[in-house]
Design a protein. Sequence first.
Length: 149
Amino acid sequence: VRHDAETPWHSHLLERQPVVLVGAPRWKEKRLRFPRDFNEVPMVLPTLESQMRVEFDRRLAAGGVRPRLLAEVDDMAMLRLMAREEGGLALVPQVVVQGELKRGELIITHRIAGLEETFHAVTPIRRHPHLLVTDLIKRFPAASGQRRE
């Protein structure tokens, strides 16, 4: 959220998660090099409101390639579903598809170095913050200034 005198909200960074490209197991055989080999590769991407999408697009543009956009999705559950069902690659935080990876429904085709998604808790600004909420937020490494390995 915007942080200024007019906005009665505070954004707490909870976590940073690596962003990966995932697809059905058959993508393992393709051996695409990122970003060079991504011209016309079918993809499901987050919407342009997502910072990870903006950075991903910047990297593709720097490589001079344009994938074939199957869909733009603003919901992580829908990204997971489309990654499994649509046949293209999907850009997602790795944590979002852990179950599908463990079950072999999806595979990671590329780890995008330096690209991560951030997760925040948004709370109202209060003179006396709720102790339980404050305690929960502090349990996340990023909120307490630590880095999770």
